[in-house]
Design a binder for this molecule. Structure first.
Ligand code: BGP
Length: 484
């Protein structure tokens, strides 16, 4: 065995990530209730590439034992996943479904028996349809239901799960659901978007406080259990670094998309410049002073909404230009290289393509330095805070070779390049605790359907058989050596 050039700290977590609705399938089995995504995909197959649906997804619900075994074979010491709210409380607000509880208890047992530590996200975008019917995240009642669901999970799985995250990428999901309107409920309305973005932050703070209460009820056995949040903190640079208007555009974009979420969770307050912008545009969310106080950190440990770690997702950077005469949105969901992603908010900012960039087939720039900057930023915000890279990966169009392998050298290169900058960030002081590649297996990639493959495991869409890709074998060696 060669001595690795990049050695990671002892105990570094080598993992991958998934989300319930993207892999589980069994949409109507085991007492599960319908979620917003189940209903949306059923009603609007034309809005999903090739009409893909999460109905069957990867059938992980029935194959989880095999999947855990394959995690072991690919060197996993950790696994980031989410719980489907609709499996635990099918209508989001009523009775607890014992079959759903049994499924996750069995999965957590299986993981732990294989030495794989689960890192569990409570909400990864699959909202119970009943709550979507109440107005979804625009309605503050949903926050109360979410806090109750979270408490149910802490009570039911708190002995098996040591790492919890409240929400996955509240910023990105607000954007796609309420600005571009590509995700359910397919709304394009800035006022709604700001309300939802505010409600997410309030929901996060309340769940962290509920977690602290749960923790303090039996502190001796629960003090090692931690809670955080997963944010997409894509680094935003001015398109022209010498242009002051592009610099302002980048600051605004960063404020709306990133700081709105980072500031409250790491500093305990919403960013004042974004608040002032929303006020000027008559977009301020409905709020009370008491809620704003809740978002802040309290002194008492059992009341605090301060998090124990931050999860960061990183795929690609943004370059912001001030030249934004119109709002425009387009996401490349086809994997056709000539199709550009477009995102512009009139008079505020427009993201432009880096003319020197390298891109995936879906138009996402490959720019590892953006991850370095993001990690250093988290450290500057909250020195010493434990950080996990909770998602990072590359979507590729892949097929199985005749010998049953997938030679995904591009994925190995992508992960290696990002791990190199992560390693440098550790040398430069970031308390980075682990890396979860997106994804464990090829999965339902939201509006991209199934063509965009992300996994260490190739999933044959006809048979649902799994095949470890070259990257999975490579990852096993990295994990065994704790570096590369
Ligand atoms: C993140 C989501 C993941 C995952 C990933 C890749 O924003 O948290 O669920 O899907 O993006 O995105 P996509 O599947 O749209 O290519």
């Amino acid at each position: 065995m060669t001595v690795p050039e990049h050695v990671f700290p002892k105990g570094f977590v080598w993992g991958s990530a998934t989300a319930a609705i993207q892999i589980e399938g069994a949409a109507e089995l085991g007492g599960k209730g319908p979620s917003n995504w189940d209903v949306f995909c059923r009603k609007h197959p034309e809005k999903i590439f090739d009409g893909g649906s999460p109905e069957l997804a990867c059938d992980h619900y029935h194959r989880f034992k095999e999947d855990v075994r394959l995690m072991k074979e690919t060197g996993h010491t950790g696994y980031r996943m989410s719980i489907a709210w609709t499996r635990i409380i099918p209508d989001g607000q009523g009775d607890v479904n014992s079959e759903g509880v049994a499924f996750y208890r069995a999965l957590f047992d299986e993981l732990r028996a294989h030495g794989i530590e689960p890192n569990v996200t409570l909400y990864h975008w699959d909202l119970p349809q009943t709550l979507a019917g109440l107005g979804g995240w625009e309605n503050k009642q949903v926050i109360d239901h979410f806090v109750r669901y979270a408490r149910v999970c802490f009570d039911l799985f708190g002995d098996q799960v040591k790492l919890w995250s409240t929400l996955n990428e509240p910023g990105w999901t607000t954007l796609q659901s309420y600005v571009t309107g590509l995700h359910p409920p397919n709304v394009s309305n800035h006022k709604s978007a700001v309300q939802v973005a505010y409600n997410y932050i309030l929901a996060h703070a309340r769940v962290v406080k509920e977690f602290r209460r749960w923790q303090h009820e039996a502190l001796s056995s629960r003090k090692e259990t931690q809670i955080g949040i997963v944010l997409n903190m894509s680094t935003i640079y001015p398109a022209d670094p010498l242009s002051s208007s592009d610099q302002s555009a980048a600051t605004i974009a960063d404020g709306v998309l990133n700081r709105w979420f980072i500031d409250p969770v790491l500093k305990g307050c919403l960013p004042s410049d974004v608040w002032a912008l929303y006020k000027r545009c008559s977009l301020l969310p409905e709020h009370t002073d008491a809620e704003l106080a809740e978002i802040g950190f309290q002194v008492s440990a059992s009341q605090s909404s301060k998090i124990d770690f931050i999860g960061v997702n990183y795929y690609y950077p943004h370059f912001a230009s001030a030249d934004a005469p119109e709002s425009a949105y387009h996401l490349n969901t086809s994997g056709n290289k000539n199709e550009d992603c477009i995102f512009a908010i009139k008079d505020l900012f427009r993201f432009v393509k880096n003319p020197h960039g390298r891109f995936t087939d879906w138009g996402w720039e490959i720019f590892p330095e953006g991850l370095y900057d993001l990690l250093m930023r988290a450290e500057h915000y909250s020195p010493g805070i434990p950080v996990y890279i909770t998602e990072n990966g590359i979507g590729i169009q892949e097929s199985l070779d005749s010998d049953g392998t997938v030679r995904d050298e591009r994925r190995i290169d992508f992960v290696r390049e990002h791990l190199k900058v992560a390693h440098r960030a550790i040398q430069d002081g970031v308390n980075l605790k682990g890396y979860y590649m997106w994804a464990l297996m090829d999965n339902f990639s939201w509006v991209n359907g199934f063509k965009k493959r992300y996994g260490f495991l190739f999933v044959d869409r006809k048979t649902l058989d799994r095949h470890i890709k070259a990257s999975g074998h490579w990852y096993k060696r990295v994990s065994d050596q704790n570096g590369f």
